[in-house]
Design a protein around this ligand. Structure first.
Ligand code: FEO
Length: 396
């Protein structure tokens, strides 16, 4: 039995196996957890549930600490199925329990489950007394769904933040001071880069709002992964930094290559960056994990992208990354493109168009060579990297 504090229990489920989320869109190399919490006060309160396939696991854990029939409130901070999937079963046990959700949450629950449950709608600042303590609600629309909200428990000073501040990280331990924090921060960053980036302005506003509330925070308990108990505000500061759009003076070179000529160009461009003191990483997107590449692009100021020309265009394995960059609305990035070709040679131009759509500023003319670059042309690739690196450094 895992406790956050006296009479506050973790009743969630570890998903050791999951390797993809949102269908097959997001990789989860370290598994995940669906965190749910049971508060025993004068009222019994369940905060969130779990994904439906793990319902049995969740019920077993819940039954260890409460008679499920005795649950008074079920707070649904966010109705995405990974957190509300076990709600129908819970409501069979305690049909007269009150579900608490935001206005958008009420609609979301209705559209997912089509049931006539008793839903109490709350808005920011609303308070519900549960005995010794109160629950205070803070709407967080678009972080990352319209229905998202946080629940703050007074007295115990716990912020139940749902997806915000979470990470896909399965673990037998539940607190950040019990695990390797490097791994946890890497997963938190990946989560932010791949899911929350489009909403960065709202993240900044929400954090400012939270700070103004000036309430003590002993713990931040998200709905995925580890609970922030030691120095809980550090992840909030990290979110502020990530949301501000600042990035490292580094470059991600991503490419795909049919016979190795574009790869050779990528490596020589990298040599040029290195010569002027700019760090870089190279990914062949045909074999690299898309979400890991996106995380690296999020961190880096520069993006250089290459493809062989095929069928008057680019190799199709590049498109998912370029599409993601567009949707995630990265800011303050600079870029350029390159590639080898046999006859028509459109790929660098096509890549530039993709980068522009992703709001990447193209800072230098693309470079392309017919079939296999010779020694002089490889030197031009090195110079291309040097020039890109110099421009990147001069922008700061
Ligand atoms: Fe973890 Fe937005 O669900």
């Amino acid at each position: 039995m895992k406790k956050l504090k006296e009479n506050i229990y973790w009743v969630g489920a570890n998903d050791w196996e999951v390797r993809y989320f949102h269908g097959y869109e997001l990789s989860t190399h370290r598994g995940s957890t669906y965190n749910a919490f049971l508060i025993k006060d004068d009222k019994n309160v369940l905060i969130d549930t779990v994904w439906e396939p793990l319902t049995e696991n969740f019920l077993e854990r819940l039954k260890e600490v409460v008679d499920i029939k005795e649950i008074d409130y079920v707070v649904i901070n966010h109705a995405e199925p990974d957190h509300s999937g076990a709600l129908p079963v819970i409501m069979e046990y305690c049909p007269s329990a009150t579900i608490i959700a935001s206005k958008n949450g009420q609609e979301s629950i209705k559209r997912h489950y089509h049931k006539e449950w008793n839903v109490k709608v709350v808005k920011t600042g609303d308070k519900i007394n549960i005995g010794k303590n109160d629950m205070i609600f803070i709407e967080a629309p678009m972080l990352h769904w319209p229905d998202s909200m946080f629940t703050y428990l007074t007295g115990e000073n716990i912020l139940f933040s749902n997806d915000a501040f979470g990470q896909h990280f399965a673990s037998s331990d539940i607190f950040n001071d019990e695990v390797d924090e490097t791994e946890v921060y890497q997963e938190a960053l990946k989560y932010y880069a791949n899911i929350l980036t489009p909403f960065s302005k709202l993240v900044l506003k929400k954090i400012d709002e939270l700070k103004k509330l000036n309430v003590p925070v002993d713990m931040i308990a998200p709905s995925h992964g580890i609970i922030w108990r030691e120095n809980p505000m550090r992840i909030v500061e990290k979110y502020y930094e990530w949301a501000s759009g600042k990035s490292d003076n580094s470059v991600v070179i991503f490419y795909n290559s049919m016979w190795g000529a574009t790869k050779k160009m990528a490596e020589h461009i990298g040599d040029g960056l290195d010569e002027v003191g700019v760090s870089y990483k190279i990914y062949n997107v045909a074999t690299a994990d898309k979400n890991d590449v996106i995380t690296e692009i999020f961190k880096s100021k520069g993006v250089i992208c290459g493809s062989s020309t095929v069928n008057n265009g680019i190799l199709s394995s590049l498109t998912p990354v370029l599409e993601e960059m567009q949707g995630l609305k990265f800011t303050n990035k600079i870029g350029a493109s390159f590639g080898s070709y046999g006859w028509s040679g459109e790929s660098p131009k096509v890549l530039e168009e993709f980068l522009k759509k992703a709001k990447v500023e193209i800072i230098q003319e693309n470079i392309k060579f017919k079939y296999v670059p010779n020694e002089n042309e490889l030197q031009e690739c090195i110079d291309f990297g040097k020039s890109f690196g110099d421009k990147l450094l001069s922008e700061n």
